[in-house]
Design a binder for this molecule. Sequence first.
Ligand code: ADP
Ligand code: MG
Length: 709
Amino acid sequence: MGYDLASPIQYVKGVGPQRARYLARLEINNVRDALFHLPYRYEDRSSLIKISQLAAALADARMITVAGKVLSAEVVTPNPRGPRRGGLRIFELLLNDGSGSLRAKWFNQAYLKKHFKPGQDVVLYGVVKNNYWGTGLEMTNPEYEIMDDGDDDTTHPSSDQIHTGRIVPVYHLTEGISQKQLRSVMYTIISSVVSSVRDTMPHEIISRYHLPGLSESMANVHFPGPGIALDSLNSGSSPYHERLSFDELFTFQAGLAIIKKGEVLEKGISFHPNGSLADRLRADLPYTLTGAQERVLSDILNDMRSPVPMNRLIQGDVGSGKTIVALLAMLAAVESGYQAALMAPTELLSEQHYMNIHPLVEKLGLKIQLLTGSKKNKNIETISSGDANIVVGTHALIQESISFKNLGLIVIDEQHRFGVMQRATLRKKGVNPDTLIMTATPIPRTLALTLYGDLDYSVIDELPPNRSPVITRQLSEKQKEYIYQLMDEQVKKGSQTYIVYPVIEESDKTTLKAAITGMEALKAKFPQYNIGLLHGRMKPAEREEVMREFKKGSLHILVATTVIEVGVDVPNATLMVIIHAERFGLAQLHQLRGRVGRGSGQSHCILLNYGAAEDAAKRLAVMVRTNDGFKIAEEDLAIRGPGEFFGTKQSGLPDLKVANIVRDAKLLEVARKEAFALIEKDTQLQNYPELRRSIEDFWGMKLDLFKTA
Ligand code: ADP
Ligand code: MG
């Protein structure tokens, strides 16, 4: 019919300029976009039930579909002289299908009156019940579709077959377009272009996994043929859905494989550390490294010795001791005559890394420089001259004005806060420097394969000895006195406490408890104790001062906001109280709790729940149940879904439109295996030019940026 995948949506029959503008809001600009705007659910309307036979459907209370003509559509006010006079308004529709009549009611939705008029053909989808008085059958708040709303396009002669009498697709809509209109447009597209969709997947792979054809899959995902199980459609796991997900995951992983292969081919630095600095540092440590730390460090050192630029992700739960591993890697770079940089996502964290590291490395006779946005960076020439062996900072490190003499190793802490682009920009400050990325939030494997699929990775899967798991409890405001008592006990035994608040100050906009008021109350309660305050609106110098005091042990209690969420390390702190714990996400709670349990004493975490929401209670229950960051991350991924978890958007990676890495975890593994094997065999995809084009289309500019990064 003259469209191809790139045709603007406007030219598809039944669309036109006005609707094209509406569709653009759904990110449907051309025919291809429309094909990938998949139904988000399906309704089985393959069997319409006659109204005269509805009584039989009463017993099992399942969803049923009836179709008929509107006899009347009125707003009624029941019992106007009753006690709720003026309150309740019900919109009532009376429907007849030739076999009988059915009443449908919508409570407090009087506006529906605008949509319906007598004579229209409508379809209702819902549960039928005997009404209150037992005088007849009715549906309450059914879903509805107006089949004939007066603007029916005659261009769709087959329209009855697409809206009823089958499993019908239901799409996400935007204002200005009805379900039925969109469905008709989709039907036009499917019937005209789907057979010309080119399948670029290698034949071997299609036959190895018995994948259905691509056109067939597209057609069935939008307009399922008879005999496909409704459940499999609604869960997105029909064979046709899986084919589309597989293609998307394969294309994604192939891009990662290309990036990774390109990096392997690049020439990087071969470090030759002699261990002199590292040995002296180790001799100075009050502990020995755990087996897991040693194993990960040797992975890193092997990478550093090799001429291929290192790109390694280190995962390790909070408190697993990533910092010392990173420092030893940096010393290996310095021993080999290079500079090393450590980039952290916040000023507080950079300052803390600096505070921890500088006494250690200065003893070794090295020079270390702190670089953050708010510090007036007077000494940046020490970086360009090569005087500074190690530079610690925020993303201020990647500013244009900063240059290194010979940057050999980059360590990025808490990577998920940085995008892929920032990582690439920092790498450009050196000539193919080695890159080490550390993340404190454990990432489920499937997500790691997506977000960090171009990296090698190692896991520090062991905590330092003598740590007992933090005991976590969920308490309510009523137990306040008990919490005070806990704090008092901490102070008496020489331990320290964190109290975390969701906001700094009280305000008219919320009823949340705030850090400043909280601190004042505590001071009144415990006048004999030293209580500090830490939040993001303080000047960095003030913050540093407070942290130093707390670290030294001269503050008994630190009242803070979530600025302390990541990385802060004070082993003597053994109690954490989180006020309004219901306001925080799982990953955040786990990070916060990770501030305690870092020493050998038994630590406690109190989650103070002021809310009543069920999903918050669910999150807090997960926290009480386990200290295992991987388990928490899995639960989090399941509760929030992959899109929100970490914001894949800011990672700079392409979006997944069809696949869902939780649901499709198995497919992902297979797609990754096949994609990496193919790129290994044929890096340039010389034998698969069409596949290569679809990978480039999917990744867009990003693939080039990665390649040259
Ligand atoms: P994270 O992995 O959360 O960044 P850190 O590197 O901050 O953890 O380490 C947490 C604490 O454990 C620090 O106080 C650190 O000095 C200590 N630590 C690290 N490794 C060991 C070890 N092998 N044995 C004992 N304590 C250790
Ligand atoms: Mg850390």
